[in-house]
Design a protein around this ligand. Sequence first.
Ligand SMILES: Nc1ncnc2c1ncn2[C@@H]1O[C@H](COP(=O)(O)OP(=O)(O)OP(=O)(O)O)[C@@H](O)[C@H]1O
Length: 225
Amino acid sequence: MIELEGVSYSYGGGDLLQGVELTLAPGSFHFLTGPSGAGKTTLLRLCYGALRPTAGRVTVFGRELSALDRDGVAQARRRIGVVHQDCQFLDHLPVAENVALPVAVSETGQTADPGNLSELLAWVGLGARADARPPELSGGERQRAALARAVIMSPEVILADEPTGNVDWEMSQRLLHLLIELNRLGKAVLIATHDLMLIRAAKSQVQARVLRIADRRLTAAGADL
Ligand SMILES: Nc1ncnc2c1ncn2[C@@H]1O[C@H](COP(=O)(O)OP(=O)(O)OP(=O)(O)O)[C@@H](O)[C@H]1O
């Protein structure tokens, strides 16, 4: 579904990432760890075409990203759900409209099916918060709204950047459970996280590969994970 071959990336100085090889196959579950600033968010952005590699190849759903025009990238993007680290809500819009935003901006002329939208909000436990504004939500509610928004277009791949940052253990477990449910539906899931307890908890429930970025390289994490 998503394949990175020999991918390097630099923001202008030296290489931040070098020679990255990564395959996200249907139904796979990956964690991405590494020190702060190692390049986890950057790697996610390369996976969904927000950044172009400075060397190497990114192939998304069988098409090389560099061969796609803007529309082609946008089409591929619709098949990838992203949970952003900082959620990125429009604070003046109610939660339901924020969650439905990917449909509204998808250029397909669709509006989110109200039935699906309320089912989705109920699935993440926000059925009663549909009309709230994002600043009124708790950290855990924001993360669940961000997850709902990431999956409203029924993506085949979910890239989640610290989806359990700033929430307590119980809420982390709840978010993890939702991501595992999505994986059981056949979706590829990649979670960037610092939370080693979360990784250990996940590994008792799902077959997950744990990757680590350090010193510009992506490698398999140690056996202790
Ligand atoms: N747009 C940008 N321009 C220049 N440098 C950037 C840009 N975005 C990120 N960086 C730098 O690239 C490095 C990697 O950032 P990135 O956000 O990918 O790391 P990360 O592993 O996700 O970190 P964290 O765990 O703290 O979220 C950092 O040093 C960061 O300052």
